[in-house]
Design a protein around this ligand. Sequence first.
Ligand code: UD1
Length: 415
Amino acid sequence: MPQYQIGHSPRLSGEARVSTAKNAVLPILAAALLTQEEIILHHIPTLTDVNNMLAILRSCGAEAESEGGDVRVRAVAAGSPEEMSLLRTMRASVLILGPLCARNGECVFTMPGGCAIGQRPIDLHIKGLRKLGAQVAQAGDAVRVTGTLKGANIYLDFPSVGATENLVMAAVLAQGVTRIENAAKEPEIVDLCRFLSAMGARIAGAGTGNIIVEGVPRLHGAEYTPIPDRIEAGTLACAAALTDGSVLLSGARMEHMRAVLFKLSESGVIVQEDARGIRLRGRARQPMEARTLSYPGFPTDMQAPLMAVATQTHGLSVFLETIFENRYMHVVELKRMGAQIRVEGQLALIQGGRPLNGAHVTATDLRAAAALMLAGLAAEGQTLLSDPAGHLMRGYDGLEEKLRALGADAMIIRQ
Ligand code: UD1
């Protein structure tokens, strides 16, 4: 079981290079199933989720290997995964559904796993595929989707990131034009669409709520570098804000992080963009209000890390989680460290300014794990963070190493 030890840390200073985005890499890897030709991806982070997705692609019959940050995938043939248990390792496994249906007119799979932050149904994915002409049969956890896909008008009841990605990937090889209304606008969706366009797909409107896909008969190979990880960058920005730091996040893109940087800046952190990335200076002092929303609103993935910061501001911060129904699991652990937080339904009230004390805490999900590591930087004494499910390694490429390089007292003590 991975365990981390974190001590009270001085002002973080220096430069951290932001990795490419997990949430861009995973759909792009799934999209590699759409062509028989070779896909080459650069600067791919070392994450369990990436390894799991590569294992899923292999289980679908593709060759997939990673070396020195480069990943090569070649799916000369691709079918439903042989090893269904792999799909339970993460939620993003559902992203093979669109590509396999588009390519073969069939996909048999099992309901995905992932962080226990909410129910996370896949009804919007299924409803959209049905609109495209697929038949869907479900027995328990097993789902079978069949049928030749044809372009259609789809309205998403909620701008789901995964459903938008799956439906775009399903539509790129479908006959005719598909319009997805109320589509998600996250930068990772724009990146997936750029990658698909590099493979020969015809897509307009990515990054807006109205995506139009004109089906093409086939896609070809491509070479691509995904966008930087705005959530990793945001997490490091929170670490700087907690420690009165002076940090350059090289490669980070301001335009992807406005909501988070506004919060930090309103709280007292100096945020500057330059040619190399984003510079942050100073401490978050003022309490904050944050309501999680779809992009470009405040991202739910940053709610827990920002809450760690809010515990150390002066006054009452108010957070509202509207995306996932069970995403305050870090609160119990933060309270173990002395934070004063009250949760009422979707609302969390954080009384800032209470000193945090090192404690033995447990990671309940990926972003909760990051929040606890950040809280450990501000706490007096030692914090022991147990991560029985290995969440941090699923989604951050060496977060503790990056923090340590900036001067933090954070290390992994058990793999
Ligand atoms: C993606 C991100 C995740 C982020 C989330 C919201 C990846 C790999 N993961 O997850 O880090 O926290 O976006 O920004 O990119 N929903 C339904 N029915 C569906 C699909 C979703 O009700 O068919 C609901 C979910 O339960 C949730 C909300 O919609 O309450 C948002 O989910 P969605 O946008 O689909 O998130 P993911 O794609 O799973």
